[in-house]
Design a protein around this ligand. Sequence first.
Ligand code: PBG
Length: 322
Amino acid sequence: MDLIKRPRRLRNSPGLRKLVRETNISVEDFIYPMFVTEGTGIEREISSMPGINHYSVDRLLFRLEKVEKAGIPGVLLFGVPDEKDEVGTGAFCSDGIVQKALRQAKQRFPELVLSADLCLCEYTSHGHCGIIKDNKIDNDLTLEVLAKAAVSLADAGADIIAPSDMMDGRVAAIRKDLDGSSFTDKAIMAYSAKYASAFYGPFRDAAGSAPAFGDRKTYQMDYHGRKEAMKEIELDIDEGADIIMVKPALAYLDIIHEAASRYDYPLAAYNVSGEYCMIKAAAEKGWIDEKGAALEFLTAIKRAGADIIISYFAIDAAAWLK
Ligand code: PBG
């Protein structure tokens, strides 16, 4: 055959394939999400998330040592408090579970980038991400509480505040109060384009944060659209976000791609609990190769344009990538 162009030439050996490879994921791309709970000596596997645990602060510190040794630059902390109330006091009180964890973690691991998820759903008795007034999530009342929580998390040692609530105006409210409390150097990683997704199911079991009534569709985005995602990202940038985020990742690679090409801001993608668990469950059944499938997904997220990948696979991926 008289073929001049033969793409297979460059696939002929592992060396050639490596040489022309366009996307490489690295351990340095990852943020590892972790769940911290009250008590001591607790390291309890979350039934809906194989391989992921609830840690009391003392055990969390052991695990952080592993994260740091693996070369993962940072973690994202979620709180699983003992007590909840109507206004989510646990989110903003100085002895909140994440605040306690941050204080110790910062002292022991000053180099590790500590991100704190900022939301009320883990701390409210009703499980919604905002304050409820007249049976509705009250946007502006929620902003006051979120800003207070942000200052409290910053004060405890968080390097990055990561609001995941999807209230309008939260980034501006948080930035204002952080700056007002002299936390001008604390970064905001905004869950900018966060869709109302079925893929958060395992996380809600893990965090005990499923809404007691209704759903999150009045604040999280409808997944049929993409323009709204760009609008939300633009608003967050205007309000002072340092890092923008698309969440979930895998069903939203188009959104990641568009955000990466439109905005010159670091872009994070959250490879959420359901995405993680699907691979875990299929692998457990022997239906899929866990390492192969996970690395393919994680690479796709980066190829789409994410700079930062938040993933429960981070520790495994660090070992696989060695
Ligand atoms: C809190 C929050 C959620 C997740 C991150 N922050 C759950 C939700 O919005 O219901 C999901 C993370 C995951 O599924 O891994 N608002």
